[in-house]
Design a binder for this molecule. Structure first.
Ligand code: FAD
Length: 558
């Protein structure tokens, strides 16, 4: 009965809109209540929170998206079909309107009821999760967003917001002001000046002029359902692979887990175009896809996720511990997992900051690749992330120049990547070479590089540089609470033996710190942020998963 106006992604019409069997519906009934519905009745609206889940027994329900012109039809559900997409599981605001088109009877299940059903019924869980993910993908691919972003390809803030929306798998409509002449009408309608772009219109109502990431997250209601007054069993700071793995295991083992992420879930891995050495994905997986799947998995088990907020301080003098956020709110947790990873290193080049997002990029994903299609690009770095970026960009760019400080790649890059680079005619390697100057008006236009072997400087008309020069920890906010190594990575477990007596806070227990436990009982460090960690997705995921076992032990001691 589903009517879907355009071909859906993966040609997955039946998987996105399955019809439940009588036996499956009978398993849903006890957790819900019967509701008689009449034509025209609106069951949910964009921006609503706590929207219930409906199974149609008889009658029908249309799903539409209100926009500035009126409404766009999305789908009509008939008997045996059910409502919802991924926001149902993440407990975020609703994106669409549901209106009854034919009188009938529906089963209504609360969001909590649905989450507990998903947690205990494996078959229904698989059907719902697959449908919800496919429906979200379809909303994204067909531009069914209740968010309109008006921006310019020459604006760093536009790139920042587009990355934030994409990496949070949030459907949105992008209007490029450089090419779309009719958008001026839209700007006039909301009295927006050109100097205030990028502009975000949320729910056809709220207009944000060049918003911060935090303002955008709040406008989208990404954190609306989070109760900040609740003392959590575990607070996980950072949603890269290690934090997401910890969230999946914590929530699936019944812990009340809150993940706090400064930007978008996925971390460094989220900026990778393709991860090819992670177990179980023989053809590779993009960082974005890995993180989207992990988020859905963590939320399915009930983990809460606060997006777009940084933790600025750890209150470590008493139990429960406290994290202080960038909006001054304070959230308490009986245990803490620090999974804040590492941040990209920035080479010392004059003007680097000026061109960030306008020719200088720190990730090579689909969005950046679109910006430099059929143009020459430079990748700086000799590690795996530089190699991956070069191979990925070579598919769309005219020429990729890799600038490496050393004389060879063999010490820093995996063999499979070296082979792909050397065999690709679209990639040119420049050893012992580094950028010495960047020039351009508002966008990067010219790059000067120095060949150290010959001492020759040359100027190139290239407007896109991908900096992949490794990453360092940012743990200043933990000084005074936790013992760190000389580079600022967090010391854990046996590595603390020689210095535990001189740690910033006195270790109060008779037992030594557990593996992955820091110099504070019940505070753990996992992934790239941990001293001695092997900087890989697999080890981050492994440590995040193991840490939950150790959290249980620490909680039992309280
Ligand atoms: C481009 C690229 C490609 C890569 N490719 C591969 C690969 O193919 N295979 C492989 O095994 N490894 C790869 N790596 C390495 C791998 O991505 C990292 O080892 C892994 O992401 C580390 O995970 P993590 O969870 O420890 O930290 P991160 O991934 O760094 O995540 C940390 C998260 O914490 C957040 N955060 C930081 N500070 C705060 C704060 N104060 N408050 C709230 N949140 C905060 C950050 O925003 C971030 O999302 C690649 C890395 C890059 C950059």
């Amino acid at each position: 009965m589903s009517t879907w106006p355009a071909p859906s992604v993966l040609d997955a019409r039946t998987q996105a809109f399955p019809v439940l069997t009588t036996a499956q519906i009978d398993r849903i009934r006890p957790g819900g209540k019967l509701r008689k519905v009449e034509p025209g009745e609106i069951l949910f609206q964009p921006d609503d929170t706590g929207v219930p889940f409906f199974v149609v027994l008889s009658g029908s329900l249309e799903i539409v998206q209100p926009d500035l012109q009126g409404e766009r039809p999305i789908v009509t559900h008939g008997p045996g079909e059910f409502t919802g997409e991924i926001s149902m599981i993440s407990d975020q605001r609703c994106l669409v309107r549901g209106r009854v088109t034919e009188a009938g009877e529906f089963i209504e299940v609360s969001g909590d009821g649905l989450r507990s059903l998903v947690a205990r019924d494996a078959e229904l869980s698989e059907i719902f999760m697959r449908a919800f993910i496919l429906r979200r993908l379809a909303l994204i691919s067909q531009g069914f967003g209740n968010v309109v972003l008006l921006g310019s390809r020459h604006s760093a803030n536009t790139l920042r917001l587009r990355e934030f929306l994409s990496r949070n798998a949030y459907p949105y409509v992008y209007i490029d002001l450089d090419t779309d002449k009719t958008s001026q009408e839209l700007l006039d309608r909301f009295e927006v000046k050109m100097s205030e772009i990028p502009v975000v219109v949320c729910n056809s109502r709220t207009v944000l002029r060049n918003p911060t990431t935090q303002q955008l997250a709040d406008c989208l209601g990404l954190n609306a359902s989070i109760d900040q007054s609740q003392v959590r069993d575990v607070i996980i700071v950072g949603a890269g692979p290690s934090g997401l793995a910890a969230a999946v295991y914590a929530a699936s083992e019944g812990l009340d887990a809150l993940v706090i992420e400064a930007n978008s879930p996925g971390g460094q891995a989220g900026s990778s175009s393709k991860i090819e050495n992670y177990l179980g994905f023989p053809t590779g997986i993009s960082g974005q896809e890995l993180s989207s799947r992990s988020i859905a998995q963590a939320q399915k088990f009930g983990a809460k996720m606060m997006i777009g907020h940084s933790v600025l301080r750890l209150g470590c003098t008493h139990q429960p511990y406290e994290v202080v956020l960038d909006n001054d709110s304070v959230i308490a947790g009986r245990s803490i997992i620090i999974s804040t990873g590492a941040q990209y290193n920035k080479p010392k080049i004059e003007n680097l900051k000026k061109f960030e997002g306008q020719g200088i990029y720190y990730g090579a994903t689909y969005i950046e690749a679109q910006l430099c299609q059929d143009e020459d690009v430079i990748v700086v770095g000799g590690g795996n992330s530089a190699g991956q970026a070069a191979v990925y960009l070579a598919q769309t760019a005219r020429k990729v120049h890799i600038l490496v400080r050393s004389r060879a790649l063999s010490e820093t890059m995996s063999r499979y990547l070296i082979q792909r680079i050397t065999e690709n005619p679209g990639i040119e390697l420049h050893f012992e070479t580094e950028i010495v100057a960047l020039a351009g008006d508002s966008h990067l236009e010219r790059v000067t590089w120095l060949d150290r072997a010959t001492g020759e400087e040359s100027v190139h008309d290239i407007g896109h540089v991908f900096v992949m020069a490794g990453a360092s920890p940012r743990t200043d906010w933990l000084r005074g609470c936790l013992a760190l190594d000389q580079q600022g990575f967090i010391l854990t477990g046996r590595d603390l033996d020689p210095i535990l007596d001189s740690a910033p806070m006195k270790w109060p227990l008779s037992r030594p710190p557990q593996m992955l436990e820091t110099s504070l009982p019940g505070v753990f460090a996992v992934g790239d942020i941990r001293s001695g960690n092997v900087k890989r997705v697999a080890s981050a995921v492994g440590e995040g998963s193991i840490s939950i076992h150790l959290v249980h032990r620490a909680l039992a001691e309280l």
